[in-house]
Design a protein around this ligand. Sequence first.
Ligand SMILES: Cc1cc2nc3c(=O)[nH]c(=O)nc-3n(C[C@H](O)[C@H](O)[C@H](O)COP(=O)(O)O)c2cc1C
Length: 438
Amino acid sequence: MTSELSSSWADFDLPIPPPQPVSSLLTNYSSPINVLAPLVRCGKLPFRHLCSLYETHVTYTPMILAQEFSRSQSARMADFTSSRDERGVFWVENRTGEGIGQGVEVKVGSVVRPMIYGHPEDFPNGQPDLSHLNLDDPSEVRADSDSPPIAPYKTYYTPPPHTRLPPTFLPPTRHSTLIRGSLIAQFASPNPGCLADAAELVAPYVDGLDLNCGCPQRWAYNEGIGCALLRKPELVRDMVRAVKGRLGWGWPVSVKIRVDPDLKLTDQLVRSAISAGVSHITIHGRTRHQASTEPISLPAIRFAVESARGEVPCVGNGSVWNVQDAENMRAETGVRGVMGARGLLANPALFAGYDRTPKHAVEQFVSLSVDYGLIFPLFHRHLAYMLESHYHRSERIYFNGLTSSVAAIDHLVSRGIDLPARHTEPIWDARRGRTMLK
Ligand SMILES: Cc1cc2nc3c(=O)[nH]c(=O)nc-3n(C[C@H](O)[C@H](O)[C@H](O)COP(=O)(O)O)c2cc1C
């Protein structure tokens, strides 16, 4: 039986999941959608790829300064690297009967598939022209490399081909659908033109752009970025529109905000962002002046979700340390997605249900970091976060004192991390999109 499975695994012709905007992922499926937060310095390619192996459907780049990015090639090289394999491939459950957002659905036989998306203004009559398609023939609307998904809006977006496979080739239930994860580039800018320039440069490599309206640091505030935008809804609106004006109305632009102590101002910001055409909103349940050690306010997140009135889906953020926290946030606030930051740094397999970093995640991280390249201070810092709950104080002090990647890897091997071993778990193989299952 095993060999039968493994031969069909190797040749199995899974449908290639179509790229979808995050708003569609958030609205079209009943499965929880999980998100890796933007993390300055930490959210680089190897760590994003690692999280996407463990049920993290959407990943964000760290915040990038739009002006530097559009002006300087060296800033672009330093701030953004990606790989066609970094997005995950996941089984999710179809939502029946519901579905909002900006997607336009195509009916194939009795199955409704969210294949075509864009702002209604992109379609001449408010609807895409489907007259050339035979909708009874699923192959007509299948999004694969031979028949790419229809892009009714002007777009600079060329979704990269992917070679990843899901952890299992068998759908977990009859209603499961295969989806491809998304990568969002987060930018900080006080200027619509600069943001549109940066968006145009990054657009071919990502699935959407996010505007940072939550960075609380003083230097950022003084530059007019991050939290400085929380009380400037008109500027946020202009920046969102500038990007959409450049890339087309269907191009997904989102915002990540903090709640305001005066919730009327949060309402204004949310309404203004929606009127500008944002595709989804992420709400961090702390105010600008609250440190990350303070508890988040679920009622404030709920308030922001209610301000959105279901017109766009929302993602909640703040103090998600395990799947129960994520479930609780969904239940208490009505968010469709949950974003983890420090919780994922401590345990990148959090959303896959692990209560602390499993050994195979450490092995994957080392392997990904070696393959992609990651400077020692970051490599070291990530390992220190991941191993914190495994080590006693004296071991932590010893590990933190190591000064090279070789020393860190040697130490891990001495602690039983098995780098050269043959890994047979499909999740390991998902990284390269092929299996070594025996
Ligand atoms: C190391 C680190 C870097 C961060 N960088 C960013 C960033 O680039 N952009 C952003 O919007 N938020 C950033 N944040 C904030 C997180 O995205 C998140 O909103 C915050 O940590 C709250 O989530 P948590 O309680 O799960 O940690 C950062 C947080 C940390 C800890």
